[in-house]
Design a binder for this molecule. Sequence first.
Ligand SMILES: Cc1ncc(COP(=O)(O)O)c(C=O)c1O
Length: 376
Amino acid sequence: VNTAIDNLHRLAARTTGTLSLAGGLPMASLFPRRLLGLAGLEASLETSGAALQYGWPEGNEELRRWIAGELQRRGAAVAHDDVIVTTGAQQALALTVEVLPEVKRSIAVEPETYPGALDLFQRKTALANDPRYAGVSYVVPGVGNPSGLDLTPFERDSLLSTGRFIIADEAYAELRFDGRVGRPLFADAPTRVFHVGTFSKTLCPGLRIGWLVAPTRFRQALLSAKRAADLQAPTLGQDMIERLLQRLDWSEHLAHARSTYARRVERLMHAVRRHLPGFAFREPEGGYNLFVTSDDPELDELDVLEQATKLGTSFDPGRLFRRDEAPLVFAMRLSSCNVPEESMDEAIRRLARAVSMSRRERRSGPRSRPTRAATP
Ligand SMILES: Cc1ncc(COP(=O)(O)O)c(C=O)c1O
C-alpha cells in the first residue's frame, strides 16, 4: 500500500497544475534564504576551514549552548553538555532506540502518529498491543503530528505517572500558533525522558540538524552510537545555523512562521467546512496540517487519493499514520504549505469532487482491490 501511495504522490508532484495538500514539508518561502546564503558563504570562506572540517560527535558547543538556553527558558534544567546535535530529529529517534534496552520489549505509540517513527519502530522493535506492558512510550507532545494538538494536562500527567521511559518528539512544538510553547516533558522527568528537537520545521529540513537531550546515564552510549552511525552531524550545517542565529531575530522569525501557518490552516479549515461538510476535524493548535476524518464506511483512502491525483490534488492518507497502515476511519492529512493561499479553496473543491467520484464508482461497481483487515 505504501508503494501505491508513494507512486501517486510522485505522480502528483510531477504533474503541472497540481494543488497538492500532501507532504509534511514546511513552506519554502519561510526559509531565511538570504541569511542562510550569507552564513554558508562566510562559513566556507573562513580561513581556518573549521566549518568544512570534522567535528565532535556531540556537535558544536555554541549551538548546543543555544539549544540548552531555549530549553532552560521553557523550564528544563539542561546544560549544553546534555545536548547531542543529531542529523535531524529522525536520527535522535534512531539513536534512542539503539541505546534504550527497554525499547526491545515494545513501544507504545499514539493511535495516529509520525510515519517516520512508525517505520523505525516497526523495523527495530515491536509496537505494543497493550500500552500498559510497553517498556517505552513515544509521543509527539507540543504540536502533534498529524493532529496539530498538544497533549492535554490530563494526558501529560497520565503519561508521566506510568513511570515508563518516554521519547518526546517535539519536532513541531515551537510552531504553536499562540506562541505558548510549554514546559518540555523532560523538565518533569529528566531521568526517564528522551527529548527530541529539530530545526527542520522552524528553519529548514535540508541542513539536517536536530538534537537529543537524554538522561545523563545514556550519554556515553548515545555518543558511541552517534559515532558509529555517521561520526557527527554535518559541521557546515551547524556552523551556518550558529551564524544565522547571530543575525536573525529568532523570536520574530518564529512569530512570522506561526502567524503565516495559522492563517493558512484557518483558510484550509474554512474550505473544508464549505466543500466537505460531512467531514470532521479538531482545530489544530499549531503546525501546518489539518487532519480530517469521515465515518462514511463507503470511502476508501486509496480510492479517493487516486481520484484526487487525477483531478489535480493530493493528500496524505490517514493509514500512513497508523501502525501496520490500518485503514480504520477514513482520514486525510492536509498540508497548508504547498498551495498558494488563493488556490486553497480550489484544492479542497477538487478533493470534494474526488470524494464524490470515488463514492459514485464504489456504488456502481464491485471493489477490485481487497481491503486489509484492521489490526486489533
Ligand atoms: C514528529 C516528527 N518527528 C521527526 C521528524 C523528522 O524531522 P527531521 O527532519 O529533523 O529528521 C518529523 C518530520 O516530519 C516529524 O513530523
